[in-house]
Design a protein around this ligand. Structure first.
Ligand SMILES: [Zn+2]
Length: 747
């Protein structure tokens, strides 16, 4: 034990010596003198038996129990319920027998937005000063959970307070093209209130897009077509009878476009940090906006006058969706009525906690594998996010126990993050990334995100940097699906979603992390840390639901999960086994299980799409794609050569220094694609390959968006921007290729 501690403390210094010593011992390896114990420790590699043991120990009953505790009360960020989950995480991670080496909280003072408890937001239908109809303030209670006084009224976080009264119009999903269509059809939208459905555009964009047309307020609802496969009745079709959303259910959410704390861009939101003026905040709706349930939306939409909305705008209500007169039909009891929005949201600075836990690495304590999920929910949050936290706690229970009993310690340091205030815009994880940017950039091997662990019971779903595809595949081949001793998670996944890879043939279809849907955003896009997002999800042939139906509502409860999402908690167990397996491989392998050739394949695929869609037009405008083709080719050459080096030499037993050198190349590969100046208008997006993209063409985001813009405008300066983005991505790829070649290769 003492020796272990000593080695641990000296690991940094020792590594230099070890290379020499190993060389020395390697020369003498035919003689009878055995290797000293500590040299063997340096050679600690992933242990398949240990992984099998881990898989066997993942207990569905423990996960169920975790979820029960985590979802006892609503735990919206910074509320008393949230504080209770902070305490619970600390208690678990500081447990003497099953805890981690250390656990602590880190608070940030963040800018949040809440409705006013004393003055609830109101939506009414009015004729003059008479109230003819009103929209419910709270969701209907089917069980005691919905009656909890801590259930926050449905609202649009960061939507401005304000009062708006006007004639109602229906604007489909609130995309720019939707408002354009509506504006053409009606001639003028000035002074109207728009009702729009979820989907198609970001939440805040539904208001941001509306304002330039003169729209003064927006109502947002979830159409049963998009979430409930058309089911609408709570007598027998929706929760509590099934997993479908009841008519009064309302999706809450953050109505802002940038991630992280809004007042402290690119700085951690500490108590005394410089803050920008509230009036300088961008990316929020300039007009009042309020989400409502579909039964109220039906009451409004089915009374609308005007011409029939296009076919693709129709939903599941038993009426024709009209655009609005603007306003209601002459035959309606709402004839001549206005819709009035009274929104009383207010912003506050609040202290939000991340809970951090760590298992120190034995050989490379200065290399981190981070595993995280947010802790805050909108209401009880049994699926989002507690299904992920319940899984994380089961993983840490097993690993913590192995550490406490002295049976195992990872080669690298494992850091666990329970992020705060994610629902308000990925705030806790973004502030963490901003505070520790230098250390995390230099030392982090990977980030694993498991937010919602189980959307549904059908199949694994993973999105990741392509470098991590192989390790996710390896782990998923080793784990069996619930209720089967023979079918692997991998095979089942391939059945549900697959593609043909030029290198590997038929494989499961792994997604890319191109957006900012959860806490991986700051790691992948801002820091360039190879990230992955893992969950169990739907059979797409069986439902159209755009997400699990009670998402962000008061019906996302333990009862809902245990009866409809995952009875028996075996899908949770499967996710814990798979994600934990990935974590162990990243933490313990001498050589990181990363494949840069899979990265090359993704770049080649993006290049093909770019050539098909853009090359001819670029050429017409005097811009050549040849340098980009050369860069992608050079990346493939460098990747092939590095992988040959890895497979041809016995790195593991011969040269820890060489292993460390190769690992650094792999660890830093995603970092090589960062360009802090590439997207000045996209907050936090610095990764040239995976940044968010507005264009539907699945290719390099800067290039795709610039070409689409230039194509529409025809302006010379827009084609210049396209040229600029082509050069940015070309040089990022060739720069990354250079980092993969041998250190002594010609520059
Ligand atoms: Zn979440």
């Amino acid at each position: 034990m003492l020796k272990k501690l000593l080695l641990f403390a000296l690991a940094g210094v020792a590594l230099f010596t070890i290379g020499i010593l190993i060389g020395h011992f390697a020369i003498k390896k035919n003689s009878s003198s055995p290797l000293p114990e500590w040299v063997q420790e340096v050679a600690q590699d992933v242990d398949e038996n240990l992984i099998e043991k881990f898989i066997a120990q993942v207990d569905n009953a423990q996960i169920e129990e975790n979820l029960k505790v985590l979802t006892q009360v609503p735990h919206m960020a910074t509320t008393a319920g949230d504080e209770a989950t902070v305490e619970y995480m600390l208690k678990r991670w500081q447990d003497r027998d099953t805890g981690l080496d250390a656990a602590w909280r880190e608070d940030y003072r963040v800018y949040l937005s809440f409705p006013d408890k004393d003055k609830p937001n109101n939506v009414t239908v009015v004729r003059g000063s008479d109230v003819v109809g009103s929209i419910r303030e709270k969701e209907k209670a089917y069980r005691t959970e919905q009656d909890d006084p801590e259930v926050v009224q449905p609202y649009a976080a960061y939507g401005p307070a304000g009062h708006a009264k006007g004639k109602l119009v229906y604007a489909n999903q609130g995309k720019v093209s939707d408002y354009e269509h509506l504006n053409r059809a009606l001639g003028n939208l000035t002074g109207t209130i728009a009702i729009v459905r979820y989907g198609g555009a970001g939440r805040a964009d539904k208001g941001i897009n509306a304002a330039p047309f003169g729209v003064i307020g927006v109502l947002v609802y979830t159409d049963p077509y998009d979430i409930n496969d058309g089911k609408m009745s709570d007598e027998n079709e929706t929760y509590p009878h099934s997993w479908y959303l009841p008519p009064s259910g309302v999706e809450r959410g953050s109505y802002k476009t940038n991630f992280g704390d809004q007042l402290t861009p690119y700085l951690a939101a500490k108590k005394d940090t410089y803050r920008i003026d509230e009036k300088d905040i961008t990316g929020v709706s300039p007009i009042p906006i309020q989400p409502i349930g579909f039964e109220d939306a039906q009451m409004l939409i089915c009374e609308l006058d005007g011409s029939e909305a296009p076919e693709t705008w129709q939903g599941s209500f038993p009426c024709k969706y009209n655009l609005g007169g603007p306003g209601f039909k002459n035959t309606s009891h709402f004839k001549d009525c206005d819709v009035q929005l009274d929104v009383y949201n207010k912003a506050e600075l609040k202290d939000s906690a991340n809970v951090m836990g760590v298992i120190w690495g034995s050989v490379e304590p200065d290399r981190y594998v981070i595993y995280g999920n947010h802790r805050d929910s909108w209401v009880h949050g049994a699926v989002d996010p507690s299904s992920g936290t319940a899984v994380m706690l089961e993983i840490t229970r097993i690993l913590g126990q192995m550490v406490k009993t002295g049976t195992w310690r990872p080669r690298r340091t494992l850091i666990f993050g329970s992020w705060g205030a994610e629902e308000f815009g990925l705030i806790g994880s973004a502030e963490y990334a901003e505070e520790y940017i230098s250390k995390l950039s230099q030392r982090t091997v990977a980030y694993i995100n498991v937010d919602i662990s189980v959307f549904a019971n059908a199949t694994l779903r993973a999105s990741a940097s392509p470098i991590a595809q192989d390790v996710i595949f390896t782990a998923s081949k080793q784990v069996k699906i619930p209720g089967s001793d023979t079918v692997s998670v991998y095979n089942n996944w391939m059945q549900h979603s697959n593609r043909t890879s030029p290198t590997h043939g038929l494989i499961p279809n792994m997604g890319y992390l191109t957006g900012a849907g959860s806490d991986y955003a700051a790691f992948m896009h801002y820091l360039g840390i190879s990230s992955m997002d893992i969950a169990y999800t739907y059979d797409r042939s069986k439902t159209r639901a755009r997400i699990y139906p009670t998402y962000h509502t008061a019906y996302d409860t333990f009862d809902y999960v245990s009866r409809f999402i995952d009875p028996g908690f075996t899908s949770h167990q499967t996710v814990a086994r798979t994600a934990g397996n990935v974590l162990l491989r990243l933490g313990d392998s001498i050589l990181l299980p990363f494949k840069c050739s899979d990265y090359a394949e993704s770049l080649e695929q993006y290049l093909r799409v770019a050539m098909e869609n853009f090359e001819a037009e670029l050429k017409t405008n005097g811009i050549s794609m040849e340098p980009l083709k050369e860069a992608v080719k050079s990346f493939r050459t460098a990747a092939t050569s590095l992988e040959q080096t890895i497979s041809s030499s016995d790195v593991v037993s011969n040269s820890p220094l060489k292993a460390r050198r190769i690992n650094d190349q792999l660890m830093l590969l995603d970092r090589a694609f960062l360009n802090p100046l590439a997207f000045p208008d996209k907050y936090g997006f610095r990764h040239v390959i995976w940044a968010s993209r507005s264009s539907s063409v699945a290719s390099f985001p800067g290039l795709a968006d610039a070409v689409v813009k230039a194509r529409t405008s025809g302006l010379k300066q827009d084609w210049s921007q396209a040229h600029k983005h082509l050069s940015i991505v070309t040089q990022a790829i060739s720069g990354a290729a250079h980092t993969l070649t041998e250190a002594h290769a010609a520059l």
